[in-house]
Write a protein that binds this ligand. Structure first.
Ligand code: ADP
Length: 441
């Protein structure tokens, strides 16, 4: 019989007994009331026992009985056991998670919405000098006080990592990145990048030093070649062709070294520190004059420069950008073709476009074009006197001006190289509402 049926029969029996007895005395209603009161008191008593048991202060209810309360207690017990099991499983997962994050070489700090430390692993202790448990609940900016990190934390833009020198271990360079997750929670991931930065430094120093050291012997060699070429006209006539080839090759090597030196200088820092107003219109006109000499009447140069045009930047670097783009456009355009240079404000940004009707570039080459020494057709590029570093220089110099380089090209039709400068770099331009503020010099 189900507990509910049993309960019904129990009540019926109780009421029949109390009602029957009271009927004998001529008051059946009082008997029924007394029966109901007894029944209610018994249930209240069971409820109290259940409450005491749930609070952990009493005995279990279903000690061998078969009433409705024993059934309820059995259900509660089942739920309790299930939740204990789940709790044990969760705590095991948590332990495993803590053990695995403790073993991670990268530091991990969980931050609350108001940037307080909620939890951190052992690597974070080692890299940042955090102390457990004292530093839990501390504001992270009180413990990592490097201004670059504080700016990063306040900026709210965590797309990239920020690098700092560890105040706890000054010989270490750390890369810190915040990763937002869940509801307003953030994970701070700390990587030790000391070794990578040291290797970078060694590579950059090697390229810069090797280029510098090669320059002097090369200058001596090209000096001798020039002198010999002068004499070749009279006494060394049979040597004039090889000497001319030597002059061409030494000139190429000089160009290569100066490009390598320029690139290693651009590599020094991702952003230009010393900014001055640059008259971009005048600079572009000078670049175009140089380019039209290079075109030697074979390629038409069409120029449309909006004036006035003043940018914040480094003149020599901007000059390299447009010299390289214009010389490439001329080099890779067959005689009879045209090269266009145009400036325009597009929305809030300044665009300088160098376009040509040249040989064009197949789409698969476009993503790799700005890599050092990457050439689509190395034979042709070398023939044209290219070093393979031109576009790498363009990309780095533009990056240092927070500008973007975009390349559009169609094979056999031509190419467009678009340099896009952000609004806060532009000091003067036609149609510019408010000019860019103070100039740090
Ligand atoms: P290079 O000194 O060889 O010209 P760059 O870095 O300046 O080196 O250019 C890399 C490669 O990109 C070139 O070798 C060439 O194949 C391609 N390229 C650059 N500019 C153009 C252009 N305007 N038209 C077609 N191809 C180009």
């Amino acid at each position: 019989m189900s507990p509910w049926n049993r309960e019904f029969w129990r009540l019926a029996l109780l009421l029949a007994v109390t009602g029957g007895m009271a009927a004998l005395a001529g008051e059946p209603a009082w008997g029924l009331c007394a029966g109901l009161a007894v029944y209610l008191s018994w249930h209240l008593w069971q409820l109290r026992r259940l409450e005491l048991w749930l609070a952990g202060r009493g005995k279990r209810l279903n000690d061998g009985r078969q009433d409705i309360w024993a059934e309820v207690a059995a259900q509660v017990l089942r739920i309790k056991r299930r939740s204990q099991k789940r709790k044990r499983r969760l705590s095991l997962i948590l332990k495993q998670f803590l053990r695995s994050t403790a073993a991670l070489p990268d530091g991990t700090v969980v931050l609350s919405a108001d940037s307080r430390i909620v939890w951190f692993n052992q690597s974070a202790q080692r890299l940042l000098g955090l102390r457990a448990p004292q530093d839990n609940g501390q504001w992270v900016a009180n413990l990592i006080r490097t201004p670059a990190f504080i700016r990063y934390l306040d900026s709210g833009n965590y797309d990239e990592a920020v690098e700092i020198i560890s105040s706890h271990m000054p010989e270490c360079t750390l890369s810190l990145q915040i990763i937002p997750y869940g509801e307003d929670q953030r994970l701070l991931v700390i990587r030790d990048v000391t070794r990578e930065r040291r290797l970078d430094r060694v590579r950059k120093d090697f390229v810069a030093n090797a280029s510098h050291e090669l320059r002097t012997p090369l200058t001596v060699l090209s000096g001798y070649v020039e002198t010999l070429l002068g004499e070749a006209e009279e006494e060394l006539a049979s040597w004039s062709a090889p000497l001319a080839a030597m002059r061409e090759q030494t000139a190429r090597m000089e160009q290569l070294l100066s490009d390598l030196l320029l690139l290693s200088h651009l590599d020094e820092s991702p952003r230009v520190m010393l900014l001055r107003p640059v008259d971009l219109a005048a600079l572009l006109r000078r670049c175009c004059a140089e380019a039209s000499r290079l075109a030697a009447g074979q390629v038409t140069l069409q120029v449309k420069i909006a004036e006035p045009l003043v940018l914040r930047g480094v003149e020599s670097e901007l000059r390299s950008v447009f010299d390289n783009l214009l010389s490439n456009a001329i080099k890779y355009t067959v005689p009879g073709g045209a090269v266009h240079l145009e400036t325009a404000m597009v929305g809030e940004e300044l665009e300088v476009v160098v376009a040509d009707t040249g040989i064009g570039i197949a789409p698969e080459h476009l993503p790799r074009l700005t890599e050092r020494f990457y050439r689509v057709d190395s034979g042709r590029a070398r023939e044209q006197g290219g070093t393979g570093l031109g576009l790498a220089i363009v990309k780095h110099a533009l990056q240092r001006h927070e500008a973007q380089l975009m390349i559009e090209s169609r094979l056999g039709i031509g190419s467009r190289f678009i340099c896009r400068f952000p609004r806060d770099r532009v000091l003067e331009a036609p149609g510019l509402s408010d000019c860019g503020g103070s100039i740090p010099v």
